[in-house]
Design a protein around this ligand. Structure first.
Ligand code: NAP
Length: 289
């Protein structure tokens, strides 16, 4: 039976450190880090995520505001708001909530963020820095997965990892982060499933990371005995939140498995708040402190 890899515990450690840094910024410089979230439209799940961010920010004494725009917002209007926030010295970090309505291409919009305020790590410059192993903000969810792996104190060198899902902000950056640690990394996507070889790849994984958004996509009996399973997926079924992996059978085979909820999610938000604090420091030229 697997051990539960509880993101909540790791998130709490990060939050405590962030809280100390926020207090220091206030005492020494009378500065409060501020995060601004932008939501276009009123997607229900995105609103739940905003509420969660707001609660964590409040606990950590980080300023948090939400700019809500109507569903029919144009590219020009959204970019104009982002530019205004980029230029506002009181705002340290900006997060663009997904999904965006169909007329707005997230990749195009992300490019208008100031990379120094892109606390979610989705600007092309920040994404590129991952490949070059340079410092900078990296996508929080991918970083959260790496934090969870790090918490296990295992040697990643040469391990066999399979990442299911290849989105720009989760699967792809995560694959690069694993490669940077010399993990042997396979990335599966829609075509892997269509060719009928998803199970074959998953069965080889010593480390399995799933970020798709389809409940029960990964069957429990595909899990390699002793594997580490990190389920990024969030799916709402009959008022219940579940991941992408069939949890109970997978739990019987894995050595570690993240629960959903309570796995990757809390660590993602803790890292987002850490980035806001880092951004505030960098904007005060206090990066080293
Ligand atoms: P996304 O942009 O929709 O990407 C989903 C990926 O899954 C795509 O690369 C897609 O490939 C692939 N895919 C679709 N069907 C597949 C199949 N049958 N077999 C293999 N791959 C398949 O989603 P995302 O933003 O990466 O998020 C993924 C999931 O993680 C969602 O459930 C989301 O809610 C959750 N999430 C959780 C957190 C957290 O903190 N816990 C943060 C972000 C996201 P194609 O593009 O080729 O179709």
């Amino acid at each position: 039976m697997a051990n539960l890899l509880l993101g909540k515990t790791i998130a709490e450690q990060i939050n405590q450190q962030v809280s100390r840094e926020v207090a220091q910024l206030r005492e020494r410089y009378n500065v409060q880090p501020v995060l601004c979230a932008i939501q276009v439209g009123d997607d229900k799940e995105s609103t739940l995520y905003l509420d969660f961010q707001g609660k964590v920010a409040q606990r950590l004494n980080i300023g948090y505001l939400v700019k809500s725009l109507p569903k029919q917002t144009t590219k020009q209007e959204l970019i104009a708001l982002i530019k205004q926030l980029n230029d506002d010295p009181k705002i340290n970090g900006i997060i663009l909530q997904l999904p965006l309505p169909a007329q707005l291409d997230p990749n195009e919009i992300r490019g208008s963020l100031n990379p120094a305020k892109d606390v979610e790590g989705v600007h092309p410059e920040n994404l590129g820095n991952i490949i070059l192993k340079r410092k900078g903000f990296a996508p929080c969810t991918a970083c959260a997965v790496m934090e969870l792996l790090k918490s296990l104190n295992i040697d990643l060198y040469g391990k066999e990892a399979v990442v299911v899902g290849h989105s720009e902000i989760v699967g792809k950056p995560l694959a690069v982060m694993l490669l940077n640690e010399l993990v042997t990394t396979t990335v599966c996507h829609i075509a892997t499933g269509k060719r009928g070889v998803l199970a074959e790849h998953v069965k080889r994984a010593e480390i399995l990371i799933v970020a798709v958004g389809k409940p029960n996509l990964i069957k429990g009996d595909w899990i390699k005995p002793g594997a580490i399973v990190i389920d990024v997926g969030i799916n709402c079924i009959e008022q219940k939140i579940v991941g992408d992996v069939e949890f109970e059978p997978a739990e019987k085979k894995a050595s570690f498995i993240t629960p959903v909820p309570g796995g990757v999610g809390p660590v993602t938000v803790a890292l987002l708040m850490q980035n806001v604090t880092q951004a505030a420091k960098a904007q005060l030229n206090l990066d080293g402190e």
